[in-house]
Design a protein around this ligand. Structure first.
Ligand code: GDP
Ligand code: IMO
Ligand code: MG
Length: 426
């Protein structure tokens, strides 16, 4: 297998974890490169369902290194809970490693995230309230704590000299919250040091170098999706990191030359959780049908996911900015009982009739756009037992091949159910 990045090609929850788990079998090294426990990743294998948030979805195989890279943000209590749950399911975490450079989400980050969401009059984003935005804000403001700081009291105190006065001024004056005393933060850090101790990989440079020299296969696991990317997504209705393929070169510790291919994972339709524009959204019975059959409820927050038809306009954009070299199409089985299936091939401006085939990046104007659809005949057949592309009904193949034509890249994997086995490789 080539060194591969798995990227969400829509607004997250595309089935990345299923694809990562599948590809992980042939990889030696799996690296999560951005995001935090805002992610909710599901793998169904061996008759069990496993839920991951921070820990790479390749963890189910033995003898792999699963690395949480420097580009991630980690919420210690959540990390601890996740490791506990996976161990109780019989998962062996001896290959799990955490970068000393990963950024720590402190309780004040989650508090600020919750406060901002609950008090937003306008511009509510609908975040997961896991402190993602405030943690990345502090990281880029250069006032965040890294995991390595937990093991050096002198560094920690020196950093707190800078962080605490700024943070406390902000917490009290902007948010009307309680201050954090040095004693309180040091006590938290002591606890966090113990949580991460079995997993911190101080020797990561040698580990990555050895893997490179020995020609080990690396799988880079993205969280969220291209349309939630902080630079290229539907800003400001996005997350605060870079899920795009290029993000792997930043957040993993390996440069771009290490990447051979980028697989974009996309559902046969589109879902979105939280606020923000969604031109092909179906706020009707059909949307509800997709939501019900597809079990479209968030893994992390339990919120219902908004559903709509496949949007080839955003997806073509995702192919470009996400650096996708091929696509894994998931959840096509959700359409098994649909007599007709629409694909959004362009947007039309309701004000002047102007048609957009290229994604318009000013998302505040999307309220004026309506989808232009192309209608496909359904296959009205159960696809969940099919394992061979040629055995798919003609209408399913036509749908897949039309999407390839619209996107300009091949669909290399078709997923027909949540289980690891329910997959067609082409
Ligand atoms: P991720 O965040 O991209 O890893 O995706 P999630 O785990 O949040 O959501 C995807 C959901 O769809 C999970 O419940 C998966 O078990 C399920 N799933 C993945 N692929 C398929 C598929 O091909 N068909 C069906 N019916 N479900 C799938
Ligand atoms: P996975 O990896 C779907 C969405 C939130 C919100 C926006 C910002 O499972 O695909 P944040 O908490 O990141 O500041 O929220 O991004 N969001 C996701 N939506 N799947 C995810 O992850 C998401 N992670 C964040 O709903 O709209
Ligand atoms: Mg998810």
């Amino acid at each position: 297998m080539k060194n591969t990045v798995v990227v969400g090609a829509q607004w997250g929850d595309e089935g990345k974890a299923k694809i990562t788990d599948l590809l992980a079998e042939k990889a030696d090294f799996i690296i999560r490169y951005q995001g935090g426990c805002n992610a909710g990743h599901t793998v169904v294998a061996n008759g069990q369902t496993y839920k991951f948030h921070l820990i790479p979805s390749g963890t189910l195989y033995e003898n792999k290194i699963c690395f949480i890279g420097a580009g991630t943000v980690v919420l210690p209590e959540y990390f601890e809970q996740e490791t506990r749950e996976l161990i109780s399911q019989g998962v062996n975490l001896s290959g799990l490693r955490v970068s000393p450079l990963a950024t720590i989400t402190m309780p004040y980050h989650t508090e600020v995230d919750g406060y901002s969401e609950d008090n937003a009059q306008k511009g509510k984003i609908g975040t997961t309230k896991k402190g993602i935005g405030p943690t990345y804000t502090d990281k880029y403001a250069r006032i965040a704590l890294k995991i390595q700081d937990l093991y050096n009291l002198e560094t920690l105190n020196e950093k707190l000299d800078i962080i605490l006065p700024l943070k406390n001024k902000q917490l009290t004056e902007v948010y009307g919250m309680e201050q954090y005393s040095r004693e309180k933060v040091l006590a938290l850090c002591e606890k966090y040091a113990e949580i991460f101790r079995p997993y911190v990989w101080f020797d990561w440079q040698k580990g990555l170098e050895d893997a490179k020299n020995e020609g080990k296969t690396v799988l880079f696991e993205g969280a969220q999706g291209v349309m939630l990317d902080v630079d290229y997504g539907t800003y400001p209705f996005v997350t605060s990191s870079n899920p795009i393929g290029g993000g792997a070169a930043v957040g993993s510790g390996y440069g771009p030359k290490m990447i051979d291919e980028v697989i974009g994972v996309a559902k046969a339709y589109v879902t979105r959780v939280g606020e923000g524009p969604f031109v092909s959204e179906l706020a009707n019975e059909t949307g509800h049908k997709i939501q019900t059959i597809g079990h479209e409820f968030g893994v992390t927050t339990g919120r219902p996911r908004r559903c709509g038809w496949f949007d080839a306009v955003t997806m073509r954009y995702a192919v470009l900015v996400g650096g996708l070299t091929s696509v894994a199409l998931t959840k096509i089985d959700v359409f098994d009982t649909f007599e007709e299936i629409n694909v959004c091939i362009a947007y039309r401006d309701t004000r002047d009739g102007k048609v957009y085939e290229t994604y318009p990046t000013d998302v505040f104007m999307h309220k004026y756009l309506e989808p232009v659809y192309e209608t496909h005949k359904g296959w009205c057949q159960d696809l969940t037992g099919i394992r061979d592309y040629d055995a798919l009904p003609e209408n399913a193949k036509k749908y897949i091949e039309r999407l390839e034509e619209l996107l300009g890249v091949g669909i290399s994997i078709v997923s027909v159910g949540p289980d690891r086995e329910q997959t067609i490789f082409r």
